[in-house]
Design a binder for this molecule. Structure first.
Ligand SMILES: O=C(O)[C@@H](O)[C@H](O)[C@H](O)CO
Ligand SMILES: [Mg+2]
Length: 402
C-alpha cells in the first residue's frame, strides 16, 4: 500500500490544532495529531517542507521503518518539534493499518487489558469554595479521579486556573499573558484546598494536583509531605525535570506519588527518572513523544520499574491525540490514568470521534482505525490564531517557571 499524498491541516475552532492526513493508493486515509501549543506553525512547516516529500511512494504498512527513517535519517534527533512531527506520521500510519485490517487500533496493540480507561477531569476555581463546587460537579458527572487547582489568595492571577476553565492561555491574545507567582503563598494555601476537599468528600475519589514545575526540589519535598494526610493520587511536575537528580531529594522527604513527563519527547527524557524509580507515573503521550510506536517503548521500560502511564490530555492536544491515546491506554498493561480535559463543542464538531465517556471511564470505540476523523470543510472555517501559554514572574518581576 503506497503513500500517495499527505497534507497538513491547521485549524483553530477555539484553539489551534495541527493535523497530518496521509493518503494511500488503496483509498485508505489516516490522520495524526501534530499540535505543539504555542509553536504550531513550526511543526506544520517541519512536516510540509521536510517530512512529506520523504513519505510519498513509501509503503504505508512499514510503520517501524518509516519511524526509524524519520528519527535517524534526519541526523538531528529528538526535540518537541521533530518528535511531534514523527508522532503525527506514526499515528496516521497506525490509523491506516487498523483501517486496512478492519479493526479498532487497540486490537493491533494486543487487545484490551481492561474494560475502560479511567480518566481524570479538571476542577478549577478562583478560591477553595469554587474548587470544592467544581469537584462536586465532577463527582456528579461520575468521575472517579479529579485534578483540583485553586487560585491563591493575594495573587491576582489564579494559578492553574484557566480562562473559561478550558484554557490556560488567552484564545485571542497575540502575546502570552504574564502572571504573578509566589511560592510562599502557594505552599501555605495548597494543603488547605485538599483539607477542604477531603473533609467534604471523604477518600472515595482520587484527587490529583498539578504544580506546573514551579517549586525547587526542597519546596516540592515540603509540599508532598504536607499533602500526605490527603493521600493524593499524584503530585504532578513538582519541579522542572531537566535536572533529574532533583527528584531524589523530593523522594527523600515524601511518599506522595509523583507524575512527570508531559513535556518529554523521547524515552531518553524519561529513562533516568524511571530507572531510578524517582517517579510513579509517566505523563508522555502520543503527540509529543513520537507516536504510538515510541510511547509503547516508554511504557515497556516503565513497566519494568512499576511506573504506570498517565497520559497528558489537556485541550491543547487534539481529539486525534485523545483517540489514539485511548487505544494505547486500554491495551497497555501498566496503565495508571488518562487526563481528559474535554474539548469544546466547536472542536468536537471539527473532529468527529468514536470515543465516549461512561461513568468516569472512556471507551475508544470499535470503528476501524483510531476512530477520529477531521471535517476539513469545517476546519477551513477556523484559521490559525497566534496563542501562547502564559509566562510567570515572581512578585519582584523575576521570570519564573511555567
Ligand atoms: O497537566 C496539564 O494538563 C497542564 O500542565 C497542561 O498540559 C499545560 O498547561 C499545557 O497545556
Ligand atoms: Mg501538567
Amino acid at each position: 500500500m503506497k503513500i500517495t499524498g499527505a497534507r497538513v491541516i491547521v485549524t483553530c475552532p477555539d484553539r489551534n490544532f495541527v493535523t497530518l492526513k496521509i493518503e494511500t493508493d488503496q483509498g485508505l486515509t489516516g490522520i495524526g495529531d501534530a499540535t505543539l501549543n504555542g509553536r504550531e506553525l513550526a511543526v506544520a512547516s517541519y512536516l510540509t517542507d521536510h517530512v512529506i516529500p520523504c513519505l510519498i511512494g513509501r509503503d504505508a504498512h512499514r510503520i517501524e521503518d518509516i519511524w526509524q527513517y524519520l528519527y535517524r535519517g534526519a541526523y538531528w534527533r529528538r526535540g518537541p518539534v521533530t518528535m511531534s512531527a514523527i508522532a503525527a506520521v506514526d499515528t496516521a500510519l497506525w490509523d491506516i493499518k487498523a483501517k486496512a485490517a478492519g479493526l479498532p487500533l487497540y486490537q493491533l496493540l494486543g487487545g484490551r487489558s481492561r474494560d475502560g480507561v479511567m480518566i481524570y477531569g479538571h476542577a478549577n476555581g478562583g478560591d477553595i469554595a469554587e474548587t470544592v463546587d467544581e469537584v462536586q460537579r465532577y463527582i456528579e458527572m461520575g468521575y472517579k479521579a479529579i485534578r483540583a487547582q485553586s487560585g491563591v489568595p493575594g495573587l491576582a492571577s489564579t494559578y492553574g486556573v484557566s480562562k473559561d476553565k478550558m484554557f490556560y492561555e488567552p484564545a485571542d491574545g497575540a502575546l502570552p499573558t504574564e502572571n504573578i507567582w509566589s511560592t510562599e503563598k502557594y505552599l501555605d494555601h495548597a494543603p488547605k484546598l485538599f483539607d477542604a476537599l477531603r473533609s467534604r468528600f471523604g477518600f472515595e475519589h482520587h484527587l490529583l494536583h498539578d504544580v506546573h514545575h514551579r517549586l525547587t526540589p526542597i519546596e516540592a519535598g515540603r509540599l508532598g509531605k504536607s499533602l500526605e494526610p490527603y493521600r493524593l493520587f499524584w503530585m504532578e511536575d513538582p519541579t522542572p525535570a531537566e535536572n533529574q537528580e532533583a527528584f531524589r531529594l523530593i523522594r527523600q522527604h515524601t511518599v506522595t506519588p509523583i507524575a512527570v513527563g508531559e513535556v518529554f519527547n523521547t524515552i531518553w527524557d524519561a529513562k533516568d527518572l524511571i530507572q531510578n524509580q524517582l517517579i510513579d507515573y509517566i505523563r508522555a503521550t502520543v503527540v509529543h513523544a513520537g507516536g504510538i510506536s515510541h510511547l509503547r517503548r516508554i511504557a515497556d521500560l516503565a513497566a519494568l520499574y512499576q511506573v504506570r502511564t498517565g497520559c497528558h490530555g489537556a485541550t491543547d492536544l487534539s481529539p486525534v491525540c485523545m483517540g489514539a491515546a485511548l487505544h494505547f491506554d486500554i491495551s497497555v498493561p501498566n496503565f495508571g490514568v488518562q487526563e481528559y480535559m474535554r474539548h469544546t463543542e466547536a472542536t468536537d464538531a471539527v473532529f468527529p470521534h468514536a470515543y465516549s465517556f461512561d461513568a468516569g471511564y472512556m471507551l475508544p470505540g470499535d470503528v476501524p482505525g483510531h476512530g477520529v476523523e477531521i471535517d476539513e470543510a469545517l476546519a477551513a472555517k477556523y484559521p490559525y490564531q497566534p496563542s501562547y501559554l502564559p509566562v510567570n514572574r515572581l512578585e519582584d518581576g523575576t521570570l519564573w517557571n511555567w
